[in-house]
Design a binder for this molecule. Sequence first.
Ligand SMILES: [Zn+2]
Length: 414
Amino acid sequence: MVCSKRLVENFQSIAKIGAKGAGITRLAFSDEDWQARTLIIKLMEEAGLGVIADAFGNIFGRREGLNPESSVVMLGSHMDSVPQGGNFDGVTGVLSAIEVLRCIHEEKIENSHPIEVAVFMAEESSRFGVATLGSKAFWGKLSPAQLKSYQDKQGISLAEALQERGLFPEKIGDGQQPSIKCFLELHIEQGKVLETKQVKLGVVEAIAAPSRFRVVMNGEADHSGATPMNMRLDALAAAAEVVLLVEKLAGDEASYGTVGTTGIIKAEPGVMNVIPGKVELGVDIRGICLESKGRVIEAFRSGLNAIAMRRKVGFELVTLTDEQPVALSKNLAELLSGLCQKLNYSSIVMPSGAGHDAMHFASHVPTGMLFIPCRQGISHNPAEYADIKDIAAGTEVLYEAVLKLAQADFRIAE
Ligand SMILES: [Zn+2]
């Protein structure tokens, strides 16, 4: 049986790591992140799992199956956080998966397929500007060039961060991919749909993956007193137009669920008496409708060009990530919905606005996601909170699903 008390204790233990200041700060490969990883390994071992790590530091807790050669039923998530984030984003998926395996271990259930709990490193983009790095590495989607070019604010590259932790950037993509039967990720919703509709659980049908851009506007840094208004090349004024352009374009496509955000703005030299000569923006555009998102990106590119031309400033546009919206397995969604019903938990089928590690599995293996409501939809914030009753409900559904999926004769038709 899923043990709520044990789940609460594990949430409390992990909340102590990275709890300096407000909320939780466990940036990818930081000391806090590494301490949390160590704790998770201990919890995996207590659940009777054999733990291995890959070249990127992703960890896998494995319960052998009666037929060790058969494909793996994999479940998991991440445990890094944004700066001053919460203790539920990612952690809920990791701890619920470990709880499921702990129950199976204690109940000495005979599973035919091996079952693995995966914890992917560097899911949040806060440190290197790119999300879901661990699950990308797992599928060999990180090139040596990317490992060098992705850098944090201190100029430390992802490859260097890996080396500092004794990991092996040069071996990423070399490893033998295990044969995987399916992948399941439980996660907090990070929105308010479930809470508003007063539904216990969400079964995810598709993930709206982000496209992200770094925009640099290059004007001229001149004296703010001595330069007349008509002689300026103000990079920040141009950037302000770009910010509003993103908002307008995404707003025009709101009926498709497409959203656009400028979350980073850095003006140089950043003093009162100099006209900003250079401004960097970070832009994030997402949606579950590929066509709608494509229209926004195209109009963004041409609008950016028009603003720069009109204002006679230069610009650079770098695409950091360009993920496509991902459909999840219909059959796994049906299984999860059916189990919610069986256990008397209300559920709805819904899209995910946020990206998740699961999206990198969907094109390879049947993939499913289950959402837990979080209070007021707040996430990436110290106020992030999920009720243990909801977490336990999701964990029970996950447990039932894993028991079925780990049976040799349970096939997932596609
Ligand atoms: Zn997450």
